[in-house]
Ligand binder design. Sequence first.
Ligand SMILES: [Mg+2]
Length: 301
Amino acid sequence: MGKRRPPEILRKSHAHVERKERAEAKAALKRKLGDELVATQERGLLIDLDGVVYAGNEPIAGAADAIAWLVDRQVPRLFLTNTTSIPRAAIARKLAGFGVLIRESEILTPPIAARRWLENNVDGSVALFVPDVTRSEFEGLTLARTGEPVAAVVVGDYGERWTFSALNHAFRLLMSEPRPVLVALGMTRYWQAPDGLRLDTAPFVTALAYASGVEPIVLGKPAPAFFAAALEELALEPGRAWMVGDDIRVDVKGAQDAGLRGVLVRTGKFRSGDLGLGIEPAVTLGSIAELPDWWMTVSSA
Ligand SMILES: [Mg+2]
């Protein structure tokens, strides 16, 4: 990894043309070798953000250089986070503050995965039970008007807006015929707010699913649908993708269950006891700083 990095503006424009260049190179190679061979050559990375690239309000040492290296090498990659409380643009801004240059389009969040899933699978209007900050991520979908039947009920961290009447409204929508789908933006049980623990998305999804009998489709790690959405975005087969994360259950086991390989980093929420849980990562790295050296061994294999 070189110490000298090109100025920000150059790297940004580099990143901008990179996807196009990759597509052109791939098309040229396809013409030369045929589709099948190219499909088996592409390998890519899904990378968790919290605990891997940053921890709280601090970047992980070496993260900016490691990611710049992936950008320079045009490694197919997508950054995954279960965060629903801030939109992708704000996440990208936070990362830029750490010197980590990631484009908004390289970040996959539950609302973005849910929007794509709805675009591909649902025909009709959508009722959103998500905080205002998340609503903008659903632009382009037909939103339900009061009293209309809906094709989907989307539940995120609705927080204090979950009154009995809001919950019952969601329930009644789910009970209407034809039955809508229930989409959950992750299944986090609770979170640590400044004033103490607070209920997150999962308890409300569970209540609605229990009462209505509608099984939720979960878009967020470790649900297979979320990893599938990431792979679809990169046009990668599961067996050609590695998921890098600090949570051995959610990132490593979740990825393995979806057919990917899991890479554990010893940063963020990693604890040494995690290695005794019977989950075998494909590799364990000290931190994301070791990613380039390891990736060289993967990509030359
Ligand atoms: Mg994490």
